[in-house]
Write a new protein. Structure first.
Length: 313
């Protein structure tokens, strides 16, 4: 019996590391860079199917069936991300950090599927797994719909409005600039506002985290969204305006203004807003903490890793 149990653990561990690795290999081979229009469209299939299954599993009441739906959803969604590392690396000028995060993310998403499988084996369905599936469905559905132009013109409209309002902020402080659609020019220095400059990622992240708390009242959800999404939007306009001013004035380079000063400020603001949200909706803190504590469920993968640590001299 002990030998049989050990074999089962070994099989689960092997599959856990093998499946995402195979996904990454196939993602690399099937979706080379630069991607054609056809391959880009084909990548939408695992993306939106994965999100659909996660959303269906989030809403479905029978827990065992819901877990199966979410396993399918996480698997498809992770395969989509397995197609992205090569694109991220080359499209972002050899960005090793984002590429590495993407690769690790494939294993993390498979880890969510693994814990849904563990829930089925133990008949122990924990709320944080349903919450993160619902949050991913809500945030991912909105973000990828806009990013991939599923609703024609929406992305362009959002970018141009953010550019126009960034110029309004600069004019408010007496900084004279000109604008040509998404291109802002200050002191003959052009700064292009792109989709990432709209802070849509941060806004949909909070929308997903708060919206997926199914047992929290609508009133508290709305209040939580108001104190997060509205400040994020306006703080982003200030960030954009600051980058334009610093670069146009020759104070710092674009890389320093945007990648260091701007991103550091944004991160600090998001951390503050997250703690504010914890005060309004403490259930969000509980769910995040439960996700962090998933390894304490001590499934086959966790037991295997613990044994490896013990064997180290």
């Amino acid at each position: 019996m002990v030998i049989s149990a050990e074999k089962n653990i070994a099989r689960v561990v092997l599959l856990f590391f093998l499946i995402p690795t195979v996904m990454l290999i196939f993602g690399y081979l099937l979706f080379p860079y630069p991607p054609s229009t056809l391959t880009r469209q084909l990548s939408f299939i695992p993306l939106f199917l994965g999100l659909f299954f996660l959303g269906f599993g989030f809403l479905y009441k029978k827990k065992n069936i819901a877990s199966i739906l979410k396993i399918i959803g996480w698997s498809l969604f992770s395969f989509f991300w397995a197609t992205m590392p090569i694109l991220l690396y080359f499209s972002e000028g050899g960005d090793v950090f984002n590429t590495s995060v993407c690769i690790i993310g494939v294993y993390v998403l498979c880890y969510m599927a693994y814990h849904e499988w563990l829930s089925l084996q133990r008949d122990d369905h924990i709320s944080c797994l349903n919450w993160i599936a619902g949050g991913t469905f809500l945030a991912g559905g909105i973000y990828f719909t806009i990013e991939n132009g599923i609703i024609p013109g929406l992305q362009e409209w959002l970018i141009e409005n953010v550019a126009a309002q960034t110029v309004d902020v600069l004019h408010l402080f007496g900084v004279v600039t000109s604008r040509n659609q998404a291109l802002i020019i200050y002191n003959k220095t052009p700064i292009l506002i792109i989709f990432a400059c709209t802070a849509i990622q941060s806004m949909v992240l909070f929308f997903g985290m708060i919206g997926a708390l199914s047992y929290v009242s609508i009133k508290r959800k709305i209040f939580g969204l108001l104190v997060t999404i509205v400040p994020i939007y306006f703080l982003n306009l200030i960030r954009n305006a600051s980058v334009v001013y610093m670069v146009g004035s020759g104070m710092v380079s674009f890389e320093l203004a945007h990648n260091v000063i701007g991103k550091t400020g944004s991160l600090l603001a998001l951390i503050v807003l997250l703690f504010v949200t914890f005060k309004i909706i403490p259930e969000l803190y509980d769910e995040i903490l439960s996700i962090i504590h998933l390894p304490k469920r001590n499934g086959p993968v966790e037991l295997f890793l613990k044994r490896l640590r013990r064997k180290k001299p």
